[in-house]
Design a protein around this ligand. Structure first.
Ligand code: AMP
Ligand code: MG
Length: 347
């Protein structure tokens, strides 16, 4: 299959009438797959009301069929088409954080394709903020089911070139709207229980959720590696470069020691680091990948997946990574790094 690429300036006006977005929307209505930018990462979209279209997402990504997809909408009325009911807590969260990087799990309506929910009675709903994503959804006129547009297991794409690496020849087209903003995926919260529960940390922080709801719970599987995660996708290995990743706790000295020991053994070594610490590895590591600055963890979230993907352009034996405080956006960063390192459950 020929994969078309349309460049779209997200700051231009009247995006719904953009020729590339129009053509991409036609592909969605025809049951084909389109990758598009969101403010978190690039998504791989299909018509959420068509089982045949949604099946193609699982095939293109090599995604396990028990891992449900998030449905993306562009206006509040569409939520009523996709959800059977909207719990009060979900409504509060939608008002506070939509459009934005928050997915609410709500009871699913019958119209939603069964392949979207992977047989569950609930569905994940999100209204993205990115203007290209919103224009595509409204031009298509249907809700769009979309996971991240990477091959299953790989780091999520934050640029159109990452999507191209993984999906060229597998999908109808890519809308290139430049780099995604937040860099890590949406926060997924279950609103069908008494207490709203975080299933996956992401772009909206725990602190922001608690400011709206008071106390929120966490899926025990986020801490306890033996517990069964409530978001089926959280049990899979994910975000992994080809070489094994080891997280180094402590500070710069510990990271330097780890790299030095591996070099002494004759290994080819990559290091995932920050602008503050990169110089220390100049004559030590074989490949240095900088995620962002420790002074502002939002930049580390933005640069994390690109930094991880870069390692695959080299033949490395091992990658050592800095670690970050698991607070605010740091919670999502450490969740992704733990998965990349295979230090979470079932890996
Ligand atoms: P992504 O591939 O980044 O879009 O991941 C979406 C995440 O949301 C995965 O971990 C899914 O398992 C999870 N998810 C989607 N729908 C549901 C649902 N109805 N219930 C629980 N988790 C869900
Ligand atoms: Mg994903």
């Amino acid at each position: 299959m020929l994969t078309k690429i349309w460049r779209v300036d997200p700051t231009a006006g009247n995006l719904e009438e953009n020729a590339g977005i129009q053509e991409a929307a036609t592909y969605i209505r025809d049951g084909e797959l389109i990758a598009f930018p969101t403010e978190t990462v690039y998504g791989l979209g299909a018509n959420a009301l068509s089982d045949n279209a949604v099946k193609k997402i699982y095939e293109a990504k090599g995604r396990p069929s028990d891992n449900p997809l998030i449905v993306h909408i562009s206006d509040f009325q569409q939520a009523e088409r996709v959800a059977r009911s909207i719990p009060d807590a979900a409504e509060k969260l939608m008002k506070a954080f939509w459009p934005g990087p928050l997915t609410v799990i709500v009871p699913a309506a019958d119209a939603v394709a069964k392949t979207v929910t992977a047989g569950l009675k609930t569905v994940g709903l999100r209204m993205p903020k990115h203007p290209v994503a919103r224009a595509l959804i409204s031009a298509a006129g249907v809700p769009i089911a979309a996971p991240s547009a990477n091959l299953s297991g790989k780091p999520s794409p934050t640029e159109a070139s990452h999507v191209y690496e993984d999906m060229n020849g597998r999908i109808a087209g890519i809308l290139d709207g430049g780099p995604a903003g937040v860099g890590v995926e949406s926060t997924v919260v279950d609103t069908t229980q008494d207490l709203v529960t975080i299933l996956r940390p992401g772009g909206v922080t725990r602190e922001q959720l608690e400011a709206v709801l008071g106390k929120v719970a966490s899926d025990p599987a986020l801490k306890d590696k033996k517990a069964q995660p409530k978001a089926p996708g959280m049990k899979y290995r994910h975000y992994s470069p080809k070489a094994p990743v080891e997280l180094v706790t402590g500070g710069l000295q510990e990271l330097k020691q780890a790299v030095t020991r591996a070099k002494e053994k004759g290994l080819t070594v990559g290091v995932l680091t920050t602008t503050e610490n990169a110089n220390a590895f100049q004559n030590l590591a074989d490949v240095i990948s900088i995620a962002g600055t420790r002074a502002d963890l939002a930049t580390v979230a933005q640069g994390l997946f690109h930094a991880l993907r870069r390692f695959d352009h080299y033949d490395l034996d091992i990658i050592f990574s800095e670690t970050f405080p698991a607070e605010g956006i740091g919670e999502a960063i450490m969740n992704r790094l733990n998965k990349a390192a295979g230090t979470s459950r079932n890996d």
